[in-house]
Design a protein around this ligand. Structure first.
Ligand code: MV4
Length: 450
């Protein structure tokens, strides 16, 4: 096994990786910016190296600084966490060129899935169901009209390099198409330096269901069911759960096997997430994420697995520690994200935490890197904690979540925690029928009624 690994990340996910490594007897190296000298990941790792000034571009995204930190400390592999360099194929190539292991998929798989046109073509060819749309890119407005004619409105135009909702434009009718096409192209060019776009039928009220997959890079692959991540505000998830409240076992096995098969055929290595829109018991592929995701703990809870340990095993060349037949769901898990943001506008609210208490007790996990007296720096993502509950069924999980939230104390900064008290009383949350538009509508109504 590796003797020492470097974690190219910060915050709760850096702790998550350090914990897995320590249980495996692997030494850890933290890297940090000058803004993070007092951060918990620096304290918790066996060693820490300062890699630059506060802005991410000069520290957590600095490839030379991170490679140098490996060479100085003798770390043999790099875990990227999520965000930052986790889906950067150039980084993976450089890591390998230096004789280091990247704990994740190959540069080639990351590159293929990072371009949404090539991701969709690949998945379609592997037998994964996709949204009806253009076959590949749409290069002229004339072509856009012809495709729209054949699939029918409403249409969505997406930049192939897009992400987080950027470079996505809706055309509800023929008159909207020209503007949508041009806007998607120009946003693709300005935000990502890539003006290639593609088209899809716009689904009106789907759920966002994602399938967790895992491969050993040698053709063995499994699925670990789905997560319902439909509760989003401006493409930021706020609550995730597994299993999906409206997904039955037959449906789960049907889509899960298709996904496991697909990644098996391409010898995919490590953790991956295949994202779908789900409507009327049908799945439509939209994107694949080639990283560990923020919400991975709900899958860990119900399948009783440690996805980070598996990532490290597979990166070293070992097989996964489970086979498909051993993966059985136990109970229900829900995660809520707590951000240092001020309601109702969700404006970032960095600053000093004057009092902190973490919830605990049976079936409660909190992944967080904050502590009493910690100052949240203004430079990075505002996620400060994830509360993950696990119980025998969904309604018990909701009750446990309410109980855990009632124990949380974060003073000194505003957080999104108060949002969950009214949210967890709503009918569509209690019955699990919410879709991708429900939260924004509810937030809008809350503001109007205030
Ligand atoms: C869609 C869609 C409806 N129809 N594609 C938003 C971000 C990107 N990941 C894909 N997105 C969407 N693609 C078709 N053909 C609706 C969305 C969408 C969405 C998807 C998942 C979760 C929240 C969302 C909020 C608005 C729009």
């Amino acid at each position: 096994m590796f003797e020492k690994i470097l974690i190219a990340n910060r915050g709760e996910i850096a702790l998550r990786v350090i914990r897995a490594a320590r249980e495996m007897g692997i030494k850890t190296v933290a890297v940090h910016s000058t803004a993070d000298s007092d951060a918990m990941h620096v304290r918790m790792a066996d060693e820490a190296i300062c890699i630059g000034p506060p802005p991410s571009n000069s520290s957590y995204l600095s490839i030379p600084a991170i490679i140098s930190a490996c060479e100085i400390t003798g770390a043999q592999a790099i875990h990227p966490g999520y965000g930052f360099l986790s889906e950067n194929p150039k980084f993976v190539q450089i890591v390998e060129d230096h004789g280091l292991k990247f704990i994740g998929p190959t540069a080639e798989h990351i590159r293929t899935m990072g371009d949404k046109i090539s991701a969709k073509k690949t998945m379609q060819a592997l037998g994964v169901p996709c949204v009806t749309g253009s076959e590949g890119g749409v290069d002229t407005l004339k072509e856009a009209y012809e495709i729209a004619e054949s699939i029918g409105y409403p249409i969505i135009i997406k930049a192939t390099a897009g992400g987080g909702g950027k470079g996505m434009k809706l055309a509800l009718k023929r008159e909207d198409l020209e503007e949508a096409y041009k806007m998607a192209k120009s946003e693709g060019r300005s935000s990502f330096g890539n003006e290639a776009v593609y088209m899809e039928k716009y689904l009106l009220a789907p759920k966002h269901i994602e399938i967790q997959v895992f491969g050993d890079g040698k053709g063995r692959a499994v699925h670990l069911g789905e997560r319902d991540c439909s509760l989003q505000r401006r493409h930021q998830k706020i609550l995730e759960e597994a299993p999906g409240p409206e997904i039955n076992e037959e449906t789960r096995q049907r889509i899960g096997k298709l996904c496991a098969n697909a990644i098996s055929k391409i010898n995919y290595a490590g953790a991956g997430t295949i994202e779908f829109l789900y409507e009327n018991d049908e799945f439509y592929f939209i994107e694949m994420n080639t990283r560990l995701q923020v919400e991975h703990p709900v899958t860990e809870a119900i399948y009783n697995v440690d996805l980070v340990k598996e990532q490290i095993r597979v990166a070293f060349g070992l097989p996964m520690s489970f086979i498909q037949e051993e993966l059985k769901i136990n109970g229900h898990s829900i995660e809520v994200r707590i951000n240092a943001e001020r309601l109702p506008n969700f404006n970032p609210c960095p600053g000093k935490i004057t009092q902190f208490h973490a919830p605990g007790g049976l079936g409660v996990r909190m992944d967080s890197a904050i502590y009493d007296g910690y100052s949240i720096p203004p430079y990075y993502d505002s996620l400060i904690a994830k509360i993950i509950v696990h119980a025998e069924n969904r309604s018990s999980a909701i009750n446990r979540l309410k109980r855990a939230l009632s124990e949380l104390i974060v003073d000194g900064v505003d957080t999104t925690a108060p949002l969950f008290d009214p949210l967890l009383l709503e009918k569509e949350i209690i019955d699990g029928s919410y879709n991708i538009h429900w939260l924004e509508n509810w937030l809008q109504a809350s503001v109007e009624n205030a």
